[in-house]
Design a protein around this ligand. Structure first.
Ligand SMILES: *[C@@H]1O[C@H](CO)[C@@H](O)[C@H](O)[C@H]1NC(C)=O
Ligand SMILES: *[C@@H]1O[C@H](CO)[C@@H](O)[C@H](O)[C@H]1NC(C)=O
Ligand SMILES: *[C@@H]1O[C@H](CO)[C@@H](O)[C@H](O)[C@H]1NC(C)=O
Ligand SMILES: *[C@@H]1O[C@H](CO)[C@@H](O)[C@H](O)[C@H]1NC(C)=O
Ligand SMILES: *[C@@H]1O[C@H](CO)[C@@H](O)[C@H](O)[C@H]1NC(C)=O
Ligand SMILES: *[C@@H]1O[C@H](CO)[C@@H](O)[C@H](O)[C@H]1NC(C)=O
Ligand SMILES: *[C@@H]1O[C@H](CO)[C@@H](O)[C@H](O)[C@H]1NC(C)=O
Length: 403
């Protein structure tokens, strides 16, 4: 199939007839969930091999589809964490679980956990980043969960900032590593990181990187924590810095951290072995003004996505986004196998998908807060099942059909 695909890739439209030896191959895009069909000789067969060279997964629309969505139930996912389980924490509207992402002009392949795990056999995948990366990782595991029946064959273990998932039958590891700034910081404790004066060791990455550098696949995200102004940057050690600056323009330290990160990859990563994804910013919905509401409103009590297609609003920092994009491009030019998971725009529609007030509370809300809940709503993280499942479906498509 690889050979056939290579030949086909030379042609830009569908329905083109090719003769390869004695085999005639006709390719055309099918309907709903068919991907691509090949006619081999006189026999029509649905091949598992799906191909999406000309498809832009990131450009599309949300379709309400409560027959095929959600892909799993919140209660049934053995990896669900309280911090994403909106239903358990009291959310009563469930429409947010049943939206399917429909790219223009093609379909996302149907998720098949067995095929995924077979593809990843003997491999180690690591999600590296902040709680949105963790949100994504939990979604990915929930999608896989029901495909492994024997509970003892799917085990999660905590080792400080590293949470390891192993699917033992396949010898697959899918880990999450807590590293919110990519570089070292005083927020590197996976549990106690609610620190207001954030200090970032802008050239320090080794302590983190040695935990994931040998992986076969890395999925990075680092964005949200940089939105804070006045981050202190230090050189040398945390205890005895030889230089300290307080930087209040977001993009400057962000670019410095990306530089530290990419330099590390250039000198230490095996670019033949390791596939990299970088997740673009996950948008927040803290400002009702972005979708025509009055000031003070946010994602609280929002049950519908934005349906009309339109350019995105303010929920993301464009400078940081561009910094990520150009760093990814840069590494691509240098021969890295890297791809931007461009989820910003598609997630921007989903003002209904956030935790809102159905979140795990470190401190119980006060009476005053309960009377006026909007200000304490979480409009950053996402309920599961929900939006990150689409990020996972797209990641699945790449893993299965592009690697
Ligand atoms: C990300 O996707 C959106 C929507 O399709 C598109 O407008 C934008 O150009 C994409 N960004 C990149 C860097 O590919
Ligand atoms: C799906 O949605 C339709 C229309 O909103 C509703 O009538 C139907 O009961 C829903 N089905 C399920 C299984 O929730
Ligand atoms: C999932 O993939 C496996 C392995 O490729 C295949 O045997 C199985 O039929 C697929 N299952 C479904 C429901 O498509
Ligand atoms: C399991 O996978 C790891 C790589 O992740 C590899 O080093 C090891 O040899 C594999 N074990 C077996 C028993 O195949
Ligand atoms: C989710 O829970 C874990 C462990 O309980 C915690 O470390 C993490 O910060 C939580 N994430 C969010 C977004 O609350
Ligand atoms: C601070 O120390 C680190 C190593 O500890 C060194 O790499 C760096 O160049 C020093 N920076 C300055 C400004 O002296
Ligand atoms: C939530 O929104 C609905 C209409 O969309 C409104 O009737 C209701 O009062 C709102 N509830 C709260 C507590 O704001």
């Amino acid at each position: 199939m690889k050979r056939i695909e290579k030949v086909i890739q030379g042609y830009h439209y569908v329905g083109f007839m090719l003769v390869i030896g004695v085999i005639m191959v006709v390719v055309f895009f099918g309907g709903d969930d068919s991907g691509i069909r090949f006619n081999i000789g006189k026999e029509t067969s649905m091949v598992e091999d799906y191909w999406f060279k000309d498809c832009d997964f990131f450009n599309g629309r949300w379709v309400y589809d409560n027959r095929s969505r959600p892909l799993y139930k919140e209660k049934e996912c053995s990896f669900m964490m309280d911090n994403y389980s909106c239903e358990k924490l009291g959310r009563k509207d469930f429409k947010y679980q049943s939206w399917r992402w429909q790219p223009h002009g093609c379909e996302l392949p149907r998720f098949n956990g067995t095929a995924l795990l077979e593809k990843l056999r003997d491999k180690r995948v690591v999600f590296v980043g902040d709680s949105l990366g963790q949100n994504h990782w939990v979604s990915f595991l929930c999608l896989i969960d029901s495909w492994i029946l024997e509970p003892s064959h799917k085990v999660v273990e905590w080792h400080g900032p590293l949470i390891k998932f192993r699917a033992s039958e396949y010898n697959v590891s899918i880990d999450f590593y807590w590293e919110p700034f990519l570089v070292e910081s005083n927020c590197d404790d996976p549990i106690n990181h609610k620190i207001l004066d954030r200090v970032v060791k802008i050239e320090g990455i080794e302590r983190h990187a040695k935990q994931w550098i040998n992986a076969d696949m890395l999925i990075f995200d680092s964005y949200r924590w940089w939105l804070d102004v006045d981050i202190t940057l230090v050189w040398g050690s945390f205890e005895n810095p030889n230089k300290t600056i307080v930087e209040s323009r977001r993009v400057v330290p962000y670019e410095m951290a990306l530089r530290t990160w990419s330099n590390w990859l250039e000198t230490h990563l095996d670019r033949k072995k390791t596939r990299i994804f970088f997740t673009s910013p996950s948008p927040g919905h803290r400002e009702g003004g972005d979708w025509g509401k009055t000031t003070g409103e946010n994602c609280y009590n929002v049950t519908e996505p934005i349906v009309e297609e339109r350019p995105w609003g303010k929920g993301s920092d464009f400078d940081l986004m561009r910094a990520t994009e150009s760093m990814v491009e840069d590494l691509e030019k240098k021969g890295f196998n890297i791809k931007l998971l461009n989820i910003t725009h598609l997630s921007q529609y989903r003002k209904d998908g956030h935790l809102s007030i159905y979140k795990r509370h470190l401190v119980s809300p006060t009476k005053l807060e309960l009377a006026n809940p909007a200000p304490y709503a979480d409009c950053v993280h996402w309920c599961l099942p929900g939006v990150p499942d689409v990020w996972s479906e797209i990641l699945y498509a790449y893993i299965r059909y592009k690697i």
